[in-house]
Design a protein around this ligand. Structure first.
Ligand code: ATP
Ligand code: MG
Length: 331
């Protein structure tokens, strides 16, 4: 496998090397291709990502990505959006599960669900007109777009408890009827048990009883909001991994950004990046290795090895060492 490694800016330069150390400890046959993208590159060269970079990324199977600081230039084109579009990353995946010794806002620890968000259409179509008195954005729902995200969600559900919730707002926005119908059709044909929820009611229920859910599939904006909301159930931003899946490529990144406030201090929590690596291993079919990484992270946290965002005093390096040592011991 060819893996592009993009550290990016800020704490990306600290947490991605941590994840790479973990990957190295697993001893897999992976060709690592470092690619420089982001604000730092933009400052030096005037471009945050070039055509050549895109070619290199397309030549890799997947990308492990840190974070990029958004340059303060109105003409700047988002690196993330460019990659998402060029590599057609249509599914955004966020697993939400509690971690040992970490308290989320509600102090709950019995939930384990995944949000599958359509990543290319919906209200983030980019088709809009901004005026003095009226502005609008076109909300696009297609059969093809809905089908492929539903298929992804059903496949994931089948590897879990096979319970799918389709989240929509079709009572108000008729465009969502297509999304809902297609998701129902796909789930029915794949033999996945499904229900549906209006997004507002879903937000309420996810906070009240998160343990009831397994896989949630929804459109772009709703998925964006529910994902960030659910992050609060887990605890620190420094713990949450994510994946962007395309038809040929996949892209794995921590949910957090470049965190300029703590960059360079060596205290960033590397767990989100390490668990993003774990998602990559799963995507690549390396299930025992993925399970071992998860076990190693859980073990370190259980031992009380935590970075300052979790109230601890350990550094990025020390946390990473704990995870790597566990893997070396148990491999
Ligand atoms: P960006 O514009 O790149 O998103 P940001 O200033 O919004 O940067 P985020 O990375 O989104 O910063 O982080 C928000 C807050 O959470 C910051 O205070 C940051 O220090 C903290 N944070 C984010 N990631 C981590 C992490 N891995 N470890 C510790 N703290 C983190
Ligand atoms: Mg941010």
């Amino acid at each position: 496998m060819r893996l592009a490694i993009v550290e990016g800016d800020g704490i990306g330069k600290e947490v991605i090397p941590a994840a790479v150390e973990v990957l190295d400890a697993l001893g897999l046959d992976v060709e690592k291709v470092p690619v420089e993208l982001g604000y730092g590159k933009w400052e030096r060269t005037g471009q945050a990502i070039t055509e050549d970079d895109l070619k290199v990324l397309k030549g890799c199977d997947c990308i492990l990505f840190g974070a990029i600081t958004t340059p303060p230039d109105p003409n700047y084109k988002s690196v993330l959006l460019t990659i998402r579009k060029e590599l057609d990353m249509y599914a955004n995946i966020r697993p939400i599960r509690p971690l040992p010794s970490v308290k989320g806002i509600l102090g709950r620890s019995n939930f384990n669900f995944v949000i599958v968000r359509e990543n290319t259409e919906g209200l983030y179509s980019g088709i809009e007109e901004i005026g003095q008195d009226i502005s609008w954005t076109k909300r696009i729902i297609t059969r093809k777009g809905s089908e492929r995200i539903a298929e992804y969600a059903c496949k994931l559900a089948k590897s879990r408890k096979s319970q799918l919730v389709i989240v929509h707002k079709s009572n108000v926005m008729k465009s969502d009827k297509l999304f809902l119908d297609v998701c129902r059709e796909v789930a029915g044909s794949k033999g996945v048990e499904y229900t549906d929820e209006l997004v507002d009611s879903m937000a309420y229920k996810l906070i009240r009883s998160p343990e009831r859910y397994d896989v949630i599939v929804t459109t772009n904006l709703f998925g964006d909001i529910l994902s960030d909301m659910s992050a609060a159930l887990v605890g620190s931003l420094g713990l949450l991994p994510s994946a962007n899946i395309g038809s040929r490529h996949a892209f794995f990144e921590p949910v957090h950004g470049s965190a300029p406030d703590i960059a360079g201090k060596g205290i960033a929590n590397p767990i989100a990046a390490i668990l993003s690596l774990r998602m990559m291993l799963e995507w690549y079919g390396k299930m025992p290795e993925a399970a071992l990484v998860e076990e190693a992270v859980d073990a370190a946290l259980t031992e009380g090895i935590t970075t300052p965002d979790l109230g601890g005093t350990y550094t990025t390096k020390e946390m990473t060492c704990a995870v790597v040592d566990y893997i070396r011991r148990e491999k």
